[in-house]
Design a protein around this ligand. Structure first.
Ligand code: NAG
Ligand code: NAG
Ligand code: NAG
Ligand code: NAG
Length: 957
């Protein structure tokens, strides 16, 4: 084996040497250049087409031919491209070879020249030949020579966005290019062409408007030259391509073409639909195409192509006809009524669908009914029976259909409105009544309305009313009314049963029974109405549970206090005892009266009454206040009559009386409140009895300027206060009294003294004016041991002389004080006189409405709480005055403080000469000294405290 291998290497080496020998010794053959070089322009695409022939001599088997091509620009032959071209040809068959070159610069801008050389290369072995010689230059001339007019290139070009575009401006004779603009952009020259032409380029152009962008070449003063560049893009690929047929006659294919950009004009996009199986092509609208369905062709292989000047885009789609059937909407809908609750619905489809299976849906207002069928001819009908419908009810039915095989979905809906037939009413009416009784008999008015269970099931044509007495012969009366929901009838005194039925074309409803109790024996008892209150926009009513009652009825008028009451009612079962009655007709500030009935075996009996407001308002009626009397210290107000009944906008709960002292804060201490008004406080008196419409306000200032107002109170608030002026007059009576009283008092005192003087004359005489003693009989100087020891006064004249002067002065002072006290007391008396008819019980709940009202208790608290310093002395005055009226002689002596000074006087032994000297100054009546002088007992009996109490010697003389 080694032997063989070494031989093999030798053989190869020898072969290589031989081959080299052959190559070296061969005559070097110069390959001929390409022949007949021709050059054409494709100005639109700025493309040079180069074509040449190859000599047949050059063709050898297993060889390839390679060309070296040079492109030069301008007259200077600047080589701008050098390309090796290896054509994919079978030499021997083709002698003519083509090559294209795309120029960046428009071909018009300058001359372009081409030359070619070639050589042959071996395919298997390295048969390398030299290049042939160059062919002669072949030149394509530009438009840049000897121009008369200015030219700008490329001219009106359409390019795809993102391109780089080179422009040149070739000036006419004698002209010079100054500048170029692309749109508003100033361009710069790319390179110096060595000629007058101006070459510039725009990189990566962006999409322009459909009418392009201007390219302007400015030359001297002459009009500039210009052209337009349109930058656009390829058409969008059509999307959502789909086809459908409705009648199996035509196929409609549609798609979404994309945005409507540059669709018109130079860039208009055309759509072509190619069907490959039938090899038919259809020119289409922008977004759809309609083509006939070929008999027995189920499959369609489509290519849709969108094309514009810049290029085209296409999509493919295969369509199976049965999947694309979208049925026509059902037509000729018809309804046949079987009875009040079932109908038959039929329809047709206006195309021949005999090849298809079909299902339809009937929409029965939220319920779907499925119907399946073989496809039918257009003249045949599809139908379905629908049952379980409500009588006399309108149904909006709709139907749609679909081919079983179809992916295209349901047809459109077709609607039909159906009203089912009438049926007899179901459920009973809700019946109520109003009874008017008088001596002759009773008028019963029946009212009815549908109960919640009632269904008319048609047009109610009339109502039947059947009346029979509950007991006795069943002599029934029957009436029929239509168009109304009430009925009046005159009934006798016994109990009745009334049946009301509603009727339509199909029949009558079950009867609703109402019983009318026998007429009550005597006048029905008038129960007082309970007050109800508003709640949640309604009125809360409650009632007492009653035995033997199997239900309750509450009735009221929608329009209270009007002849047209519009009676309303509501029925309850026996377990309910309260309700909030609500009604759209309820208005705030209107009082509604409710009557509550209990249902019993023989009918309904009135149990209770109630009244109430949904909301109380402020009364619109202001109390009309009259100042019925005005005195120096009091005002009498009266605002009767004032309505407190159902005409009011709320329950009148009372009144507030406001007193305003216009000169200072009101300080009547019996006021309930002192609200502030402006600078001053008012006095507010509250009256809690709506029927009390008078008030007397006391303790005012004489000569005061007051304002008074009375407001009525409801649950909604107070009526607006209207103040009326009330000026108290000056107290003339008091002034008069202040003059008269001292005179009268002095007179009275004098009389009293006279009386006392007469009564105790003897004693007085003994005390004050003892008989002039006979010096012989004188006890003083007798020094009777017994007497002297009794008196203990040995020298009375010496002791008593100065005291007498004092006594007189005290007397005078007392007199003066008494005068004053009497004046005050007379005022006091006046107050007493008023307060005698004015008691605390009278306020708010006194039945005697006519009585005047005084908001304070004079007797208990008037004087202790008086602030006037004058009044502070009154307890003394009062005591004095009362006691003077009622006292006995003992009281006078022992208990009256005001009188005691006189006791002191009498206790003093006054010698006669002193009394006489006092007499002219005392101011007392002239009788006084007489009393003293006439005292008979002075001499015989000495002064004794006990003797004063004695009544035994009154007027002894
Ligand atoms: C190239 O050769 C073909 C046939 O060989 C001939 O028809 C054609 O005219 C030739 N072309 C030129 C430019 O001579
Ligand atoms: C291109 O050739 C056509 C004739 O085929 C000629 O009319 C046109 O002017 C040429 N364009 C240029 C730029 O040479
Ligand atoms: C539809 O036609 C296109 C083009 O002729 C072809 O390439 C494709 O296979 C066809 N498709 C069907 C499903 O026939
Ligand atoms: C009717 O058909 C629909 C779909 O086609 C289905 O969802 C529905 O359940 C069907 N109803 C009945 C009652 O068969």
């Amino acid at each position: 084996m080694d032997h063989c291998a070494s031989w093999h290497g030798v053989i190869v080496t020898l072969f290589l040497i031989l081959k080299l020998e052959l190559w070296l010794c061969q005559e070097v053959e110069v390959f001929s250049p390409p022949l007949n070089l021709e050059i054409h322009n494709d100005s639109l695409h700025q493309r040079l087409l180069v074509e040449w022939n190859v000599s047949n001599k050059a063709f050898e088997p297993d060889t390839e031919i390679v060309f070296d091509i040079q492109v030069a620009r301008s007259e200077n032959m600047n080589i701008i491209a050098n390309e090796i071209f290896l054509p994919d040809i079978h030499i021997g068959h083709v002698t003519s070879i083509r090559w294209t070159w795309d120029s960046q610069l428009p071909l018009e801008c300058d001359s372009h020249s081409v030359r070619i050389r070639s050589k042959v290369v071996g395919k298997v072995f390295t048969v390398e030949r030299n290049w042939s010689t160059w062919s002669p230059w072949k030149t394509h001339q530009g438009q840049n020579k000897e121009r008369t007019r200015t030219g700008i290139y490329p001219y009106q070009r359409v390019v795809p966005e993102g391109s780089n575009v080179t422009f040149c401006c070739l000036p006419g004779r004698g002209q010079v290019v100054q500048k170029m603009r692309y749109g508003s952009e100033q361009m710069t020259q790319d390179f110096d062409t060595g000629t007058d032409s101006f070459v510039t380029s725009v990189k990566n152009v962006v999409r322009t408007k459909s009418d392009g962008t201007n390219v302007i070449c400015v030359l001297g003063e002459k009009n500039p030259a210009g052209t337009v560049l349109i930058v656009s893009r390829l058409p969008d690929e059509p999307k959502k391509f789909s086809c459908e047929t409705q009648d199996l006659q035509t196929l409609r294919c549609s798609w979404s073409p994309g945005p409507l950009y540059n669709f018109f004009g130079i860039l208009k996009v055309t759509y072509v639909l190619q069907e490959w199986l039938s090899m038919k092509s259809y020119s289409c609208q922008r977004d759809h195409c309609v083509l006939p369905v070929k008999m027995n062709q189920q499959t369609y292989n489509f290519t849709l192509t969108a094309r514009n000047r810049l290029g085209e885009r296409s999509i493919n789609s295969v369509v199976y006809l049965n999947q694309r059937v979208l049925l026509l909407a059902p037509s000729s809908l018809r309804v046949d009524h079987e009875n009040a609750s079932s109908i038959t619905l039929s329809w047709s489809l206006r195309a021949d669908y005999t090849t298809l299976g079909i299902q339809c849906q009937v929409d029965l207002q939220k319920t779907l009914v499925n119907v399946t069928s073989r496809g039918k001819r257009p003249t045949e009908i599809y139908k379905v029976s629908l049952s379980g419908l409500q009588p006399y009810t309108q149904y909006n039915l709709r139907v749609r259909c679909m081919a079983d095989s179809s992916l295209a979905g349901w047809s459109n809906w077709t609607n039909i409105v159906v009203r089912t037939n009438e049926d007899a009413p179901t459920g009973a009416l809700d019946v109520w009544r109003h009874i008017e009784e008088d001596d002759d008999g009773r008028i019963v008015t029946l009212y009815w309305r549908p109960s919640p269970h009632f269904k008319a099931n048609g047009n109610i044509s009339h109502y039947n009313i059947k009346i029979r007495p509950l007991e006795g012969a069943p002599e029934a009366r029957e009436s029929s009314v239509s168009g109304v929901k009430s009925f009046s009838i005159s009934l006798g005194e016994q109990a009745y049963s009334i049946n009301v039925t509603a009727h339509n074309k199909a029949g009558g409803s079950p009867p609703a029974e109402l019983r009318i109790p026998a007429k009550a024996a005597s006048g029905t008892e008038q129960t007082a109405a309970d007050r109800s209150y508003g709640k949640d926009g309604g009125i809360y009513i409650m009632w007492q549970h009653k035995r033997n009652v199997h239900g309750y009825v509450v009735e009221w008028c929608s329009v209270p206090r009007s002849p047209h009451c519009d009676l309303q009612w509501k029925k309850y079962n026996s377990s309910i005892q309260s309700d909030v009655i609500k009604s759209r007709t309820f208005r705030p500030g209107v009082r509604y009266d409710f009557r509550i009935y209990g249902s019993m075996e023989d009918g309904e009996h009135l149990l209770e009454k109630a009244e109430g407001y949904t909301k109380e308002n402020v009364s619109s009626v202001k109390p009309n206040v009259k100042i019925s009397k005005i005195e120096s210290r009091s005002i009498f107000l009266d605002w009767s009559p004032y309505p407190t009944d159902g005409s009011q906008e709320g329950f009148i709960t009372g009144y507030n009386v406001y007193v305003n002292d216009t000169e200072k804060d009101c300080d009547l201490d019996k006021a309930d409140d002192y609200p502030q008004l402006g600078h001053f406080r008012l006095c507010k008196f509250c009256i809690r009895d709506p029927n009390k419409m008078q008030i007397t306000i006391n303790k005012l200032r004489p000569n005061g300027k007051y304002e008074v107002a009375v407001v009525a109170i409801t649950g909604g608030g107070e009526t607006p206060a209207e103040f009326r002026k009330a000026y108290t007059p000056t107290d003339t009576g008091a002034a008069l009294r202040s003059i008269l009283a001292p005179v009268l008092t002095v007179l009275a005192l004098a009389l009293a003294l006279l009386f006392i003087g007469c009564w105790k004359r003897t004693w007085l005489k003994r005390m004050c004016f003892p008989d002039i003693p006979d010096p012989n009989k004188s006890k003083i100087f007798s020094f009777d041991g017994k007497k002297g020891s009794m008196n203990g006064n040995i020298l009375p004249t010496i002791n008593h002389e100065p005291q007498l002067v004092d006594v007189v002065s005290i007397q005078e002072k007392r007199q003066h004080e008494m005068n004053k006290e009497v004046v005050i007391s007379s005022e006091h008396q006046q107050h007493e006189a008023y307060t005698k008819i004015q008691t605390r019980e009278g306020i708010g709940r006194d039945e005697d409405f006519g009585e005047s009202y005084v908001p304070f208790d004079t007797e208990k608290s008037l004087y202790p709480t008086m602030k006037d310093p004058l009044y502070n002395s009154q307890p003394l005055c009062l005591e004095f005055f009362n006691q003077t009226y009622t006292s006995t002689s003992e009281d006078v002596n022992d208990n009256i403080p005001g009188y005691r000074p006189q006791l002191n006087i009498t206790q003093v032994q006054c010698p006669p000469y002193v009394v006489q000297s006092v007499k002219p100054e005392s101011g007392l009546d002239n009788d006084e000294p007489v009393i003293c002088f006439n005292s008979p007992d002075y001499g015989s009996e000495p002064m004794s405290p006990t003797s004063v109490d004695s009544t035994a010697f009154i007027l002894v003389d």
